[in-house]
Design a protein around this ligand. Structure first.
Ligand SMILES: Nc1nc2c(ncn2[C@@H]2O[C@H](COP(=O)(O)OP(=O)(O)OP(=O)(O)O)[C@@H](O)[C@H]2O)c(=O)[nH]1
Ligand SMILES: [Mg+2]
Length: 375
């Protein structure tokens, strides 16, 4: 019976064209309003979180000792911060799944429909949700309550998360150039500040290039981050050529024997200018100045924008060959399932997650830790 439900859903899904998911390059992707409207509320309910923590068993393959070890590898409070940041998503996935089985219900089509809604609400995405539900429907005879259901979900989600995880890229070239891209407001500048601080504290000499010359105050904002991180910044005047700033950043890095260059870019340009073309030009200029560079094209996505983030990734990847993703604003969002969706739908590794506005609120993405924070 459950399988019939799945076939019906799959058929419905196949009727959709891929273009349903595409967004118009010149309009929505560059539209500030959507992003501004979806800022996280930032308030986390610690009591709710504590309650869920007490009720929920740890995921498979992760016993409490391992989880504590994972947590203790992080600077103090970071794992806790990830957990509390994900508390809204956790509430959806954990509490709502418990409620599904209220009154001793058994797995049937109706229950699977409700589970589908829960997974989609957390922004796991339609396709990934269908993959998960197919798995559950196959194993439905083994499931008699929420704990078994959650265990099967955890196992499957861990598989999806593991599939795209790559060990952090080794830095061999000097300078190693990271070009940071993404639509406006997603957290490019903030992530650059956080990354600069991380690299700098691990003993690397960092230079930031302020190649977002479009937005008023962008250069000052980046200068503040460079000061906080204690690194050098190369900047020109507002509205100057961004490719020229990137060029100078690399020149300075070579002259000053720097290890890393972080290139900030604009998320939106004058309506008549095409963002992708401008970014391609910056990339070309960097390659001309330093063959082999940029070594990384880091795409910043905002978790609060949900499935729209996937469309952005497709567009940027088509134009610029993205090498990794940093997903920001996971703190306080109910859409933490987007992490699963990104790992399942894209072939780009998820390198970092942002869990707050402070300099220390950037973590390397760790699937087991993430899953432990989620369930
Ligand atoms: N809560 C939270 N806020 C974040 C995070 N990362 C960035 N922000 C906030 O998001 C807002 C936009 O960040 P920016 O770094 O200016 O974004 P941007 O992509 O550089 O924006 P443009 O330069 O306008 O394209 C700021 O208020 C940041 O503090 C995060 O991980 N969590
Ligand atoms: Mg910026």
């Amino acid at each position: 019976m459950a399988l019939n439900w799945f076939k019906k859903k799959k058929h419905k899904q196949e009727e959709k064209t891929p273009s349903d998911r595409k967004i118009d390059e010149d309009s929505e992707v560059l539209d500030t309003e959507d992003v501004a409207d979806t800022q996280p509320s930032g308030n986390n309910d610690d009591r709710e979180h504590q309650k869920l923590e007490n009720e929920t068993p740890p995921p498979p393959h992760i016993n409490d000792q391992e989880a504590d070890q994972t947590a203790s590898k992080k600077p103090s409070g970071l794992f806790k911060r990830l957990k509390s940041g994900l508390s809204k998503t956790r509430k959806i996935l954990s509490t709502d799944i418990n409620e599904l089985f209220a009154g001793n219900r058994k797995i049937d089509d109706e229950l699977l429909e409700e589970l589908e809604e829960i997974l989609i609400t957390s922004d796991i995405g339609v396709q990934t949700t269908m993959d998960l539900i197919q798995n559950i429907s196959i194993k439905s005879s083994e499931i008699s309550g929420p704990d078994q259901l959650k265990n099967i979900l955890r196992e499957k989600i861990l598989e999806l998360l593991d599939a795209t995880t790559k060990p952090s890229q080794e830095i061999v070239d000097k300078p190693h150039v990271i070009m940071v891209i993404g639509v406006n407001g997603v957290g490019k500048t903030t992530t650059i500040g956080k990354l600069a601080a991380r690299f700098s504290s691990s003993g690397k000499k960092v230079i930031i290039a302020a190649a977002d010359t479009f937005r008023a105050a962008a250069i000052e904002q980046l200068t503040i981050w460079a000061d906080r991180a204690g690194v050098d910044i190369i900047k020109h005047k507002d509205m100057s050529d961004p490719a020229a700033v990137a060029f100078d950043g690399i020149q300075a890095a070579v002259a000053r024997d720097a290890d890393i260059v972080l290139v900030d870019t604009a998320g939106r340009l004058h309506t008549r200018k095409n963002l992708m073309e401008e970014l391609k030009k910056i990339k070309r200029t960097i390659s001309k100045k330093l063959p082999g560079a940029p070594h990384e094209i880091l795409l910043i996505l905002d978790a609060t924008t949900g499935q729209n983030a996937l469309s952005q990734a497709e567009l940027f990847n088509d134009a610029l060959d993205v090498t990794g993703i940093a997903l920001t604003k996971l703190d306080g969002t109910a859409k933490g399932g987007i992490v699963v969706s990104i790992c399942n739908a894209l072939e780009i590794p998820l390198n970092y997650i942002g869990v707050g506005e402070k300099i220390e609120d950037l973590q390397e993405f760790d699937p087991i830790e993430f899953l432990h924070a989620l369930f």
